[in-house]
Design a binder for this molecule. Structure first.
Ligand code: PMP
Length: 371
């Protein structure tokens, strides 16, 4: 068969085999970042110090790659619980990033067609994972000022009876954090499980972790991606042990590889380093937000994360500013076309002081060159 004929035969098989909704998708875009200032993915801009790298190298050397990961994760669970304030009596489930945990939650709870609900716009993967796993995704629009619309949430919960409600607190990409009163109302109204996704909690004032066992339908999900370990792929879910035991049933065996476990064990012995980096980003957030807000035509939304959502109006709308930054080798995330509530919006990670200064200088130049 010629290459052309073979390709046609494959395309015909794909057309009748791969799900139509998957065929219609494009793969998750990751922008090439070489030589760029990378402020588009909420990573920690600080590399680990040499002492920690040396300890990691020594730990990795001891790893037995010929063996599957050990079934008994008790020691690592105790270490994670102590490092991150998981209350005594709570269970833990580990994931290959919290992305995997989102899938496991949906697979364990949702039969085809069941509803997954979230305020919207929020983390896009809630929607994607729900669809991949044959659930129905119910987005509940935020208000025009990007606050939680509690009456709309309660109405949608009553109407759709969701198996799962995802609440990213602080919310990505808007940065807002829903109040204790709002979350309690949602916990009371939700017939199923409420997943508080605290990916950005290290940069915020509050956590739901201590209240985990006070509610029959609350679990808390976290990740180490935003505190300096995005390359590691490690997330954890904390909740009543009975919830965790159910969700654990759909976890692929050995989902957490031996290298990840070894590196995590070592880094957590130096957790103060991660905490100091997070504190630094948190301290640098307010001056960056103030400087952005002082630019012409820019509205900044309050953020509890390691990023800032900024709306660009006037001649240089979000698309134009995004492109102009990209030509200057500064990457931020463009949400202008993602949702009507985000028209003109760019999400900007807090970087190092030098990166933040370069961003602000570039924006000054871009916005002052308007006709
Ligand atoms: N939850 C939220 C709210 C996020 O923004 C992200 C990453 N963008 C994740 C979860 C996924 O994190 P991880 O790297 O652990 O898969």
């Amino acid at each position: 068969m010629s290459t052309g004929a073979a390709d046609t035969a494959v395309a015909a098989r794909i057309a009748r085999t791969v799900r139509a909704d998957i065929r219609a998708l494009s793969a998750y875009p990751v922008t090439p970042a070489e030589g760029c200032i990378k402020l588009d993915a909420m990573e920690c801009p600080y590399p680990l110090p040499d002492a920690v790298r040396d300890a990691i190298a020594a730990a990795v050397r001891e790893v037995e790659l010929n063996r599957y990961p050990a079934a008994d994760q008790r020691a690592l669970k105790a270490q994670v619980a102590a490092a991150f304030g998981v209350p005594a009596g709570a269970g833990l489930l580990f994931g290959n990033g919290s992305d995997e945990l989102i899938h496991l939650l949906i697979q364990a709870c949702c039969a085809p067609g069941d509803t997954v609900l979230s305020p919207w716009p929020s983390f896009v993967y809630f929607d994607m994972a729900a669809r991949f796993d044959h659930a129905r995704f119910e987005p509940v629009a935020l208000t025009a000022s990007l606050a939680l619309d509690l009456p709309a949430m309660l109405e949608a919960i009553a109407r759709t009876q969701p198996k799962l409600v995802f609440l990213a607190i602080p919310n990505n990409p808007t940065g807002g954090a829903w109040s204790g009163e709002q979350v309690r109302a949602i916990l009371d109204a939700a017939p199923g499980l409420v997943v508080v996704d605290e990916a950005y909690q290290p940069f915020a004032d509050r956590t739901w972790m201590p209240e985990l066992l006070a509610h029959p339908n609350l679990v808390v999900m976290r990740t180490v991606s935003k505190i300096g370990l995005a390359g590691l792929r490690f997330g954890y879910l904390a909740g009543h042990p009975a919830w965790i035991a159910e969700i654990d049933k759909v976890r692929p065996p050995y989902n957490l590889d031996v290298l990840t476990q070894a590196v995590l064990r070592t880094v957590l012995e130096h957790k103060a380093v991660l905490d100091a980096q997070a504190a630094r980003l948190r301290a640098d957030r307010a001056p960056l937000a103030a400087a952005l807000a002082a630019l012409p035509g820019v509205t900044v939304y309050p953020s509890g994360g390691n990023f800032i959502l900024a709306r660009f109006s006037g001649h240089s709308d979000g698309n134009a500013v995004h492109l102009a930054l990209k030509t200057r080798k500064i990457l931020v995330r463009n949400f202008s076309a993602a949702h009507p509530l985000l028209a003109g919006c760019l999400r900007i990670s807090v970087g190092t002081p030098d990166e933040n200064a370069a961003l602000l200088a570039a924006l000054q130049e871009i916005l002052s060159s308007e006709p």
